[in-house]
Design a protein around this ligand. Structure first.
Ligand code: ARG
Length: 476
């Protein structure tokens, strides 16, 4: 990492890019409070891309000569190599990454470097670099999310979509409801993550607009062409309104929402794995590499990844809230408050990426316990709905069938007798209906489209794969 500014030193007069208007050097307290270099350093490569495009555009527009464009571009490329080899040196007077780079370019190429900022403000420069950063990182995030989907789908496939697939109780209200295929359960999480991927891609499409050329807020009196720099940077569109261009952070809020919801999905997955890996459930155990121990209790093996996937979602939601609150009171156009967009954004992207990788590894390496799952799912009462539907097939109205089976279940609780024998003995049910109560029978029963069961397993698998292929193509 390049060297950090030393905040204890006095700032020299005349060292900032805007010193002309000021008779005195900035106070140290001001510098300490307003700097953003400590967190916006990671924008360096995108700032250089933006500056190269800007200089190119100034050349095309005839504002700079081709010799000037060549000199400034070379200095920008040298600066890029300095960052790449960790040799870039920051000064105490560098307010943010953008001023640091312009300062270095001017050092490298002399007075002509002073032309780099022609018809540009930090207001359009900052948001250009930030949009480029987002294009790069949101695409990576979509890929990472697809990586977790792949793992869920692989584990689903291994656990079986067919008649001998692993099954477990499906829950409502965390009470056992009906047996479901493990593949179907894992597939449900895959679907929520696929919506996250689609949402990230839609956000990417919307943020693909270049704000460069908007200037401080009102554009420029020089003959610049924002479309030229936009194309050079690979943006799909150019801003239409300069004031909107410099003040719009919708894309930051949108990404933070996408991540907060993605995090919410990861949190729900995490919560289930915390339960599944308890002794009480015993549905799965974690690979040693993806579990943690206790400093005092020698026997413990904890699902800390699953817990943190759940816990970190608090801050992902907080980051979204923080940015919305920053934005809500801002008059047009640029306000320094907007500098507060970066830390929540960087934090959310970073944390959710870590969570995705850790959960992917945890789920890929975990072991399922089909016997414990089956035992929990083979409780006789879980056949209740199938029995009611059997009565419906005999012509009984569902509400009546529901009451008959409900009473039978109550009876078994009161008498301690088995549901199967009660079904056999019941005048409206009998031995044929009793076949629905038995080990591994329930999970085979549901046949409707989108249902959990071997009959729809093949189409479930196919639907997932089609959606994965579609989204993977879009993210290329
Ligand atoms: N570091 C600031 C930011 O991230 C730079 C913008 C400063 N612009 C200004 N007009 N003071 O927003």
């Amino acid at each position: 990492m390049a060297s950090q500014p030393d905040s204890n030193k006095n700032v020299q007069s005349g060292a900032t890019l805007w010193h002309g208007r000021f008779a005195q050097a900035p106070a140290q307290e001001l510098v300490a409070f307003t700097q953003s270099l400590s967190f916006d350093q990671q924008l360096w490569s995108f700032d250089i891309i933006g500056s190269l495009a800007h200089v190119h555009m100034l050349g095309v527009a005839g504002v700079l000569s081709s010799a000037e464009v060549a000199i400034i571009s070379e200095a920008l490329n040298t600066t890029r190599s300095e960052f790449e080899s960790d040799k870039f040196v920051f000064l105490d007077t560098d307010e943010d990454i953008h001023t640091a780079i312009e300062r270095r370019v001017t050092q490298l190429c002399g007075d002509v470097g002073g032309k780099l900022h022609t018809a540009r403000s930090r207001n359009d420069q900052v948001v250009t670099a930030l949009r480029l950063w987002c294009k790069h990182n949101v695409a990576l995030l979509a890929q990472r999310t697809l990586g977790l989907v792949d793992t869920l789908v692989l584990r689903a496939q291994q656990s079986g979509w067919g008649q001998d697939g692993i099954y477990l109780p499906g829950y409502t209200h965390l009470q056992k409801a009906q047996p479901v295929l493990l593949a179907h359960h894992l597939g449900a999480h895959a679907w929520s993550l696929l919506r996250d991927v689609e949402r990230l891609q839609q956000t990417l499409d919307r943020l693909d607009v270049s704000p460069l050329g908007a200037g401080a807020l009102a554009g420029s009196s020089l003959p610049i062409d924002p479309a030229v720099s936009a194309e050079k940077m690979g943006f799909g569109k150019v801003f239409a309104n300069s004031m909107d261009a410099v003040s719009d952070r919708d894309f930051v809020a949108e990404i933070l929402f996408d991540i907060a919801l993605l995090g919410t999905h990861l949190s729900r997955i995490g919560e289930e794995w915390v339960l599944w890996t308890t002794e009480e459930f015993g549905f799965a155990h974690l690979d040693d590499g993806f579990a943690t121990g206790s400093s005092m209790l020698p026997q413990k093996k904890n699902a800390d990844i699953a817990e943190l996937a759940r816990g970190k979602t608090g801050r992902l939601i907080g980051n979204l809230t923080a940015v919305l609150v920053v934005l809500k009171g801002l008059p047009l156009a640029y306000n320094r408050d907007l500098q507060e967009d970066k830390e929540p954004l960087f934090d959310s992207v970073n944390q959710v990426s870590l969570a995705l990788s850790a959960l992917t590894g945890m789920i890929a390496s975990a072991t399922f316990h089909p016997d414990a799952m089956a035992q929990a799912a083979d409780m006789e009462a879980l056949a209740a709905t199938d029995l009611a539907e059997w009565l419906v097939r005999q012509g009984t109205p569902f509400r009546q069938a529901h009451a008959i089976i409900g009473e039978l279940v109550r009876l078994t609780h009161e008498t301690g007798s088995s549901l199967k024998s009660a079904v056999v003995a019941h005048p409206s049910l009998g031995p044929e209906a009793a076949k629905l109560v038995g080990v591994g029978v329930g999970v085979q029963q549901r046949t409707s489209p989108g249902a959990s069961g071997p009959m729809s397993g093949a189409s479930q698998q196919q639907l997932l794969n089609i959606e994965i292929d579609r989204l993977r193509k879009l993210s290329k």
